[in-house]
Design a protein around this ligand. Structure first.
Ligand SMILES: C[S@@+](CC[C@H](N)C(=O)[O-])C[C@H]1O[C@@H](n2cnc3c(N)ncnc32)[C@H](O)[C@@H]1O
Length: 245
């Protein structure tokens, strides 16, 4: 392992805004913070918004800067990436953002019923042909609804037509309410069409991966829908071979 990574892992141990539960603390067992993120960490009753697979946490940090009355939690398995977000939060004294190093598969043991208001999924791996690993697959949506407020929002921002179209197909198949569906957000923003000011502000935040995909000329898509708390979630009728990535 590189020296930089080791240094970051050491520094991570001292960030009070970075939680790094051991496997035994979250595997089929309620994590000590479950249901207590506001009372025991943020110290207020503000809504909690998650960013899943947050990487360096650009979205969580920028949202925290823009919306001081909302609490943000970024989750990722990679400690060296989370270091960047945690370091920025500490340097800027941001009290409304924190990070958790964990596998998203364990998420239902981290949050209590109705504890979370919204979820952002930013540039997740499309997991082509691995349906049960895709972050918008029924298996994951069933996990999220255990702690998301009824009809809470799911935001999906991606460069992957596969992930976008799969998620849109799933949402339609289940008749979930769609708030926004867009195939090229920056084209729409430049043309001053489609988004209200608040949504345009939310969407203009760019992550590390997003910058890379944009420089390669990939359109960035966005889907925002409400996830009901009840009812079976059906997978979409889906042709894997129609999309390259
Ligand atoms: C393509 S990167 C995107 C990172 C960031 N959202 C961005 O846009 O720059 C995907 C991230 O998801 C994380 N990830 C993938 N699968 C995960 C899982 N099952 N649990 C936790 N993190 C995961 C990876 O570690 C990686 O940082």
């Amino acid at each position: 392992m590189g020296k930089d990574k080791l240094k970051r892992f050491e520094e991570n141990k001292n960030f009070s805004c970075l939680f790094q539960p051991d496997f035994e603390e979250v595997f089929r067992k309620d994590y000590i913070m479950k249901g207590k993120w506001n009372s025991d960490y943020f110290g207020n009753d503000n809504p909690i918004v998650l960013e899943l697979g947050c990487g360096r946490g650009e979205y969580a940090v920028e949202l925290a800067r823009k919306f001081p009355d909302t609490n943000f939690l970024g989750l990722d398995i990679k400690g060296a990436r989370l270091w960047r977000g945690a370091k920025t939060a500490v340097e800027e004294g941001l009290k409304n953002v924190a990070f958790v190093r964990t596998r998203i598969e364990f998420i239902e043991w981290l949050f209590g019923s109705g504890e979370v208001s919204e979820i952002w999924i930013t540039f997740a791996d499309p997991q082509i042909r691995r349906d049960n690993k895709r972050l918008t697959a029924p298996v994951f949506l069933d996990r999220y609804r255990k702690f998301l407020k009824p009809n809470g929002l799911i935001h999906l921002k991606t460069d992957s037509p596969y992930l976008h179209e799969y998620s849109c197909a799933l949402v339609r198949r289940n008749s979930f309410e769609i708030l926004t569906e867009n195939k090229d957000i920056y084209k729409s923003i430049a043309a001053n069409e489609h988004f209200d000011t608040h949504t345009a502000e939310l969407l203009s935040i760019k992550t590390h991966y997003e910058e890379q995909f944009l420089s390669q000329g990939h359109p960035i898509t966005y889907l925002c829908f409400r996830l009901p708390s009840q009812g079976a979630i059906e997978p979409p009728v889906w042709d894997h071979d129609r999309y390259e990535r």
